[in-house]
Design a protein around this ligand. Structure first.
Ligand code: ADP
Length: 211
Protein backbone atom coordinates (compact mmCIF):
# COMPACT_ATOMS: atom_id res chain seq x y z
CA UNK A 1 0.00 0.00 0.00
CA UNK A 2 1.56 3.24 -1.17
CA UNK A 3 1.12 5.78 1.60
CA UNK A 4 3.47 8.29 0.09
CA UNK A 5 1.81 8.39 -3.35
CA UNK A 6 -0.22 11.57 -2.77
CA UNK A 7 2.80 13.37 -1.28
CA UNK A 8 5.01 12.35 -4.18
CA UNK A 9 2.41 13.62 -6.61
CA UNK A 10 2.02 16.97 -4.80
CA UNK A 11 5.82 17.41 -4.84
CA UNK A 12 5.99 16.54 -8.53
CA UNK A 13 3.20 19.00 -9.29
CA UNK A 14 5.02 21.65 -7.27
CA UNK A 15 8.07 21.37 -9.51
CA UNK A 16 5.79 21.71 -12.54
CA UNK A 17 4.20 24.83 -11.05
CA UNK A 18 7.60 26.38 -10.35
CA UNK A 19 8.58 25.96 -13.99
CA UNK A 20 5.55 27.47 -15.64
CA UNK A 21 4.48 31.03 -16.23
CA UNK A 22 1.24 29.94 -17.92
CA UNK A 23 -1.80 30.78 -15.80
CA UNK A 24 -3.98 28.06 -17.29
CA UNK A 25 -1.37 25.38 -16.71
CA UNK A 26 -0.93 26.63 -13.16
CA UNK A 27 -4.68 26.29 -12.52
CA UNK A 28 -4.62 22.71 -13.75
CA UNK A 29 -1.66 21.90 -11.52
CA UNK A 30 -3.39 23.49 -8.52
CA UNK A 31 -6.55 21.45 -9.14
CA UNK A 32 -4.47 18.27 -9.32
CA UNK A 33 -2.67 19.19 -6.11
CA UNK A 34 -5.98 19.72 -4.36
CA UNK A 35 -7.16 16.30 -5.48
CA UNK A 36 -4.00 14.62 -4.17
CA UNK A 37 -4.29 16.49 -0.85
CA UNK A 38 -7.99 15.57 -0.52
CA UNK A 39 -6.99 11.93 -0.93
CA UNK A 40 -4.31 12.24 1.72
CA UNK A 41 -6.74 14.01 4.05
CA UNK A 42 -9.28 11.21 3.70
CA UNK A 43 -6.62 8.64 4.37
CA UNK A 44 -5.35 10.40 7.48
CA UNK A 45 -8.91 10.72 8.82
CA UNK A 46 -9.40 6.98 8.36
CA UNK A 47 -6.16 6.21 10.19
CA UNK A 48 -7.20 8.50 13.06
CA UNK A 49 -10.60 6.75 13.28
CA UNK A 50 -8.83 3.40 13.25
CA UNK A 51 -6.55 4.36 16.09
CA UNK A 52 -9.33 5.92 18.18
CA UNK A 53 -11.49 2.86 17.78
CA UNK A 54 -8.59 0.65 18.77
CA UNK A 55 -7.49 2.46 21.90
CA UNK A 56 -10.55 4.16 23.41
CA UNK A 57 -12.84 2.37 25.83
CA UNK A 58 -16.47 2.00 24.75
CA UNK A 59 -18.58 4.75 26.35
CA UNK A 60 -22.19 4.64 27.38
CA UNK A 61 -23.72 8.05 26.74
CA UNK A 62 -26.89 9.52 25.30
CA UNK A 63 -26.53 9.39 21.50
CA UNK A 64 -29.19 10.97 19.29
CA UNK A 65 -28.97 9.49 15.82
CA UNK A 66 -30.66 12.34 13.98
CA UNK A 67 -28.06 14.80 15.23
CA UNK A 68 -25.20 12.50 14.28
CA UNK A 69 -26.61 12.06 10.75
CA UNK A 70 -27.22 15.82 10.31
CA UNK A 71 -23.68 16.68 11.49
CA UNK A 72 -22.22 14.04 9.26
CA UNK A 73 -24.17 15.29 6.21
CA UNK A 74 -22.88 18.80 6.91
CA UNK A 75 -19.31 17.46 6.75
CA UNK A 76 -19.94 15.74 3.43
CA UNK A 77 -21.42 18.64 1.42
CA UNK A 78 -18.18 19.20 -0.48
CA UNK A 79 -17.78 15.57 -1.49
CA UNK A 80 -18.02 14.78 -5.22
CA UNK A 81 -21.60 13.75 -6.19
CA UNK A 82 -23.14 15.28 -3.05
CA UNK A 83 -25.35 17.69 -5.01
CA UNK A 84 -26.52 15.10 -7.54
CA UNK A 85 -28.27 13.02 -4.90
CA UNK A 86 -31.68 13.28 -3.21
CA UNK A 87 -31.56 12.52 0.51
CA UNK A 88 -34.44 11.06 2.50
CA UNK A 89 -33.81 11.06 6.23
CA UNK A 90 -36.42 9.32 8.35
CA UNK A 91 -35.04 9.55 11.84
CA UNK A 92 -36.92 11.32 14.59
CA UNK A 93 -35.18 13.76 16.91
CA UNK A 94 -36.00 11.53 19.87
CA UNK A 95 -34.30 8.43 18.46
CA UNK A 96 -31.58 8.42 21.12
CA UNK A 97 -29.84 5.43 22.70
CA UNK A 98 -27.24 4.74 25.33
CA UNK A 99 -24.19 3.99 23.28
CA UNK A 100 -20.81 5.25 22.14
CA UNK A 101 -20.91 8.48 20.13
CA UNK A 102 -17.46 8.11 18.58
CA UNK A 103 -18.14 4.65 17.13
CA UNK A 104 -21.59 5.63 15.90
CA UNK A 105 -20.08 8.64 14.14
CA UNK A 106 -17.51 6.38 12.48
CA UNK A 107 -20.28 4.03 11.32
CA UNK A 108 -22.58 6.77 9.98
CA UNK A 109 -19.75 8.67 8.33
CA UNK A 110 -18.36 5.64 6.52
CA UNK A 111 -21.73 4.43 5.27
CA UNK A 112 -22.85 7.86 4.10
CA UNK A 113 -19.59 8.82 2.44
CA UNK A 114 -19.53 5.50 0.59
CA UNK A 115 -23.18 5.85 -0.49
CA UNK A 116 -22.31 9.29 -1.92
CA UNK A 117 -18.99 8.20 -3.42
CA UNK A 118 -20.45 5.14 -5.16
CA UNK A 119 -23.49 6.91 -6.62
CA UNK A 120 -24.23 5.78 -10.18
CA UNK A 121 -23.47 8.61 -12.61
CA UNK A 122 -25.58 6.82 -15.26
CA UNK A 123 -28.73 7.43 -13.19
CA UNK A 124 -30.52 10.76 -13.02
CA UNK A 125 -32.54 9.83 -9.92
CA UNK A 126 -29.76 9.05 -7.44
CA UNK A 127 -31.01 8.81 -3.88
CA UNK A 128 -29.85 7.87 -0.43
CA UNK A 129 -32.32 6.92 2.23
CA UNK A 130 -31.37 6.93 5.90
CA UNK A 131 -33.75 5.35 8.39
CA UNK A 132 -33.66 4.15 11.97
CA UNK A 133 -35.90 1.46 13.43
CA UNK A 134 -36.38 0.80 17.12
CA UNK A 135 -35.69 -2.77 18.14
CA UNK A 136 -36.20 -4.37 21.51
CA UNK A 137 -32.66 -3.75 22.74
CA UNK A 138 -31.34 -1.07 20.43
CA UNK A 139 -31.74 0.63 17.08
CA UNK A 140 -31.18 -0.58 13.53
CA UNK A 141 -29.74 2.02 11.20
CA UNK A 142 -30.55 1.47 7.52
CA UNK A 143 -28.68 3.25 4.76
CA UNK A 144 -29.89 2.53 1.25
CA UNK A 145 -28.53 3.83 -2.05
CA UNK A 146 -29.25 3.22 -5.72
CA UNK A 147 -25.58 3.54 -6.62
CA UNK A 148 -23.29 1.26 -8.61
CA UNK A 149 -23.76 -1.70 -6.23
CA UNK A 150 -21.23 -4.34 -5.23
CA UNK A 151 -20.10 -7.18 -7.51
CA UNK A 152 -21.10 -10.64 -6.31
CA UNK A 153 -17.42 -11.73 -6.17
CA UNK A 154 -16.53 -8.82 -3.89
CA UNK A 155 -19.24 -9.31 -1.31
CA UNK A 156 -17.13 -11.26 1.15
CA UNK A 157 -14.04 -9.12 0.55
CA UNK A 158 -15.38 -5.62 1.25
CA UNK A 159 -14.61 -5.96 4.99
CA UNK A 160 -10.94 -6.76 4.42
CA UNK A 161 -8.36 -4.15 5.29
CA UNK A 162 -7.25 -2.20 2.17
CA UNK A 163 -9.77 -3.97 -0.09
CA UNK A 164 -10.91 -1.71 -2.93
CA UNK A 165 -13.55 -2.63 -5.48
CA UNK A 166 -12.47 0.10 -7.89
CA UNK A 167 -9.32 1.90 -8.86
CA UNK A 168 -11.02 4.80 -10.64
CA UNK A 169 -12.73 6.27 -7.56
CA UNK A 170 -10.30 7.35 -4.81
CA UNK A 171 -10.34 5.70 -1.40
CA UNK A 172 -8.16 4.02 1.20
CA UNK A 173 -9.89 0.66 1.48
CA UNK A 174 -10.00 1.23 5.23
CA UNK A 175 -13.56 2.52 5.72
CA UNK A 176 -15.54 -0.71 5.97
CA UNK A 177 -12.76 -2.45 7.86
CA UNK A 178 -12.88 0.26 10.54
CA UNK A 179 -16.68 0.17 10.48
CA UNK A 180 -16.66 -3.57 11.09
CA UNK A 181 -14.25 -3.16 14.02
CA UNK A 182 -16.39 -0.37 15.49
CA UNK A 183 -19.60 -2.43 15.22
CA UNK A 184 -17.79 -5.33 16.87
CA UNK A 185 -16.75 -3.08 19.77
CA UNK A 186 -20.40 -2.13 20.28
CA UNK A 187 -21.52 -5.78 20.08
CA UNK A 188 -23.65 -4.80 17.12
CA UNK A 189 -24.57 -6.63 13.93
CA UNK A 190 -24.05 -5.84 10.26
CA UNK A 191 -26.11 -6.97 7.33
CA UNK A 192 -26.12 -5.81 3.73
CA UNK A 193 -27.69 -6.53 0.40
CA UNK A 194 -26.37 -5.24 -2.88
CA UNK A 195 -26.88 -5.75 -6.57
CA UNK A 196 -24.43 -4.52 -9.16
CA UNK A 197 -26.01 -1.69 -11.14
CA UNK A 198 -28.96 -1.38 -8.76
CA UNK A 199 -27.70 -0.32 -5.34
CA UNK A 200 -26.76 -1.25 -1.82
CA UNK A 201 -28.47 -1.33 1.57
CA UNK A 202 -26.52 -1.60 4.80
CA UNK A 203 -28.28 -2.43 8.08
CA UNK A 204 -26.42 -1.93 11.33
CA UNK A 205 -27.95 -3.00 14.63
CA UNK A 206 -26.65 -0.88 17.49
CA UNK A 207 -27.51 -2.34 20.89
CA UNK A 208 -28.03 -0.18 23.96
CA UNK A 209 -24.85 -0.30 26.06
CA UNK A 210 -25.75 -1.55 29.47
CA UNK A 211 -23.17 -0.79 32.12
P1 ADP B 1 -12.96 2.61 -0.06
O1 ADP B 1 -14.29 3.27 -0.24
O2 ADP B 1 -11.90 3.53 0.42
O3 ADP B 1 -12.56 1.82 -1.26
P2 ADP B 1 -14.25 0.89 1.93
O4 ADP B 1 -13.62 -0.05 2.90
O5 ADP B 1 -15.12 1.96 2.50
O6 ADP B 1 -13.05 1.50 1.10
O7 ADP B 1 -15.10 0.04 0.90
C1 ADP B 1 -14.53 -1.12 0.27
C2 ADP B 1 -15.14 -1.34 -1.11
O8 ADP B 1 -16.53 -1.69 -0.96
C3 ADP B 1 -15.14 -0.12 -2.00
O9 ADP B 1 -13.91 0.00 -2.71
C4 ADP B 1 -16.32 -0.38 -2.93
O10 ADP B 1 -15.93 -1.24 -3.99
C5 ADP B 1 -17.29 -1.17 -2.05
N1 ADP B 1 -18.39 -0.33 -1.50
C6 ADP B 1 -18.53 0.12 -0.23
N2 ADP B 1 -19.67 0.80 -0.06
C7 ADP B 1 -20.30 0.79 -1.26
C8 ADP B 1 -21.56 1.32 -1.76
N3 ADP B 1 -22.41 1.99 -0.97
N4 ADP B 1 -21.88 1.07 -3.05
C9 ADP B 1 -21.04 0.38 -3.86
N5 ADP B 1 -19.86 -0.13 -3.46
C10 ADP B 1 -19.49 0.06 -2.19
Amino acid sequence: HDLRAPIASVLGLNSLAEDTADREELDTVLAMQREALDRLDLYIRDVIDYSRNKRMAVQSEDVCLRKIVDDCMADLVYQTNYNKIDYFIEIEEQTCIQSDKLRIKIIVNNLLSNAIKYADSAKDNSFISIRAEWKEKGVTLIIEDNGIGIKEDYKDKIWDIFFRGTSTIPGSGLGLYILKESVKNLNGEIDFISKEGEGTTFKIFIPEQTV
